[in-house]
Design a protein around this ligand. Sequence first.
Ligand code: NAD
Length: 710
Amino acid sequence: MTKYLHRAIADGILTITLDNPDAAVNTVSPTWIDEIVAAFEEAKADDAVTGIIIASAKPGFMAGADLRFILDNPMDALTAFAFGGRATEMHRLIETCGKPVVAAMTGFALGGGYELALACTRRLLVDDPKAVVGLPEVNFGLLPGSGGTQRLPRLIGLQKAAEVLLSGASYAPADALKLGLIDEVWPKEEVLEAARVWLATGPDPVRPWDRKGFAFPESDGLLKQATANWFTGQTGKLRAKYGDNFPAPISILTCLFEGMQVPFDKGLLIERRHFARLMADPVARNIIRTTFVNKGLADKGARRPAGTPKATVAKVAVLGAGMMGAGIAYSAAKVGIEVVLLDTTFTAAERGKAYSRKLVAKQVDRGTLMPDKAAALLGRITPTTDYADLADVDLVVEAVFEDTAIKADVIAKAQPMIGKTVLFASNTSTLPISQLAESFVRPGDFIGLHFFSPVDRMALVEVIMGRKTKPETLARALDFVGQLRKTPIVVNDSRGFYTSRVFQTFIHEGMELLRDGVAPALIENAARQAGMPVGPLAVIDETTIELPLQIVRQTEQEDSAFRRPNSTEVMEKMVDVLGRIGRKSGGGFYEYQDHGGKRLWRKLGEHFPVAGKQPPVKEVVNRLLYIQALEAARCLDEGVLAHPADGDLGSVYGWSFPSWTGGTLSLIETVGVSRFVAECDRLAQRYGERFKPTNQLRKMAAAGGGFDWG
Ligand code: NAD
């Protein structure tokens, strides 16, 4: 009896049908490998079998490895080497069993699923745009570890294979055929018959690389000069794109480079070594944990309190048709929600709708949106100035100016017009939700929905619980975020919530570095080298230096325990003395050129002298990353974050904290909690109390533990 596959034999053709009883897709698992190996060993020994078809009983052919399994089973390199060997040997057995084998792919084949197809003599795919094939491993910080990096270049050529392997892209049937990833495309009901017909022609089962004299087109035994040059260019490009943060792309390139100069089985061994190294590297696990597993769980409502029936918003009111309101209106209309878009004047409300017009026009031009769909989307947005239009909405999202009095005013105007159970959400980025909720007659139904700019492109929504927000309100708000197909994190009310609070530490540390005499170019480059998309000085210039200064001054007024950071001196000098507010005022830490270029302000050194001795890059990187990680740990301690996964997701999707770290909190585990604590103690001694580790981190370090990922 087999669990993961059925076998049937007719007219000498063995059909192996993959059918995982435990999940909706077929995945690679140790038992599945055992069963495939047993099936092929039997078939190899059975003279009555003249050909083999691998098919699937599922809508998809096969997905790759189970990412949850990789996450739950950390491996050192030796264990990973052995682990990778089993699938590699299985694929080698398939292609050397002496019988022609056809992959009859009735649906998508990705990762290990497509590697299985690569080990077959021929690949047939159904004519269905959802039936994509590809090797997405690079997206998880890995490489295809059971022959993918060796078979593909031998099959379609080095450069095309590099494109497939390094992009991690999925290819629909027509593109897959053009690239040579598959051999034939068939209608679903004909694909099995087509496999039988091909087998009936008596094809040669020996793969090209197992024939004598096989050589890559790009090689004549030795590496051709042009190919060697191409590799050099690729290495440079990958280094520029990933720095030292992502080991997988360089490993893939190395497997191609070395693999093409050795016999096939040697190539497999090289690939296996690199695979083992990547599996043991924390980067792959970080990416898998945050970008796939925890994001998937958040999208499925991991933080949704149970017991409230699922709610669907049919109509939403968006108050304020500015940058954020316009984006929220578009995102809602896009998923079929009716939108009332209200502003103080009809012109302003119309301008908000015009944003959607611009977005859909671009998509229609590109051919990614049909004109009738575009018209329907726009038809769902009703610009207005009249609160009576809020009569039948299910939810109100407020996105007016960041001003408590104005927000209280629109809440008071909306309140009598809406139903008794309608939720009220505020998109404030800084004002305490609990305080705003007091302006609403039912504070339990009031919640923060903090969208990010540009709303149509940013996946994250920070959902903020006020002191009185009811669990049912949270459940309904999360249902709305799910309807928008965005990823929620749930945080408790606090100054700056989670995302703005932690991000502020990054920009303040940038200015602290400047004040300490670190060269501005070193600050900016170290941030980018760490994987932040832009340096702290460039970011501040975009949002203006006034903004963090205003936050500091306001916090000082409201919180007597608050101590102004040293960076305030930098901000005051820039804004009050030098009048350099940022890009908006024509210049800040940078100077801006007419043709759109920019460079660090040449006179910055006159006002913030550069020290004679500069710190190593690593020191600057650590200051910029660790200060954020520490603040995230404080948010966890204080209950602003209820779950470390939300801290990671918020950082990666909210402000592009480097994904190789897994996020602010995963970074601490990547460094190792005790090492992180020791390093923070050193930084605190040298640069100030802000680097002092939390008691919770000290306890975790002493116990040798990590966060409770639950
Ligand atoms: P914005 O200035 O672009 O738009 C605000 C809009 O509100 C304007 O169209 C204005 O006419 C309208 N408005 C003002 N008073 C009003 C009233 N009484 N009634 C109806 N409409 C009124 O501002 P924005 O950037 O869209 O920000 C809106 C809110 O979203 C703020 O609370 C802000 O803190 C928050 N937010 C902004 C960002 C961002 O990146 N800009 C990100 C997250 C959250």
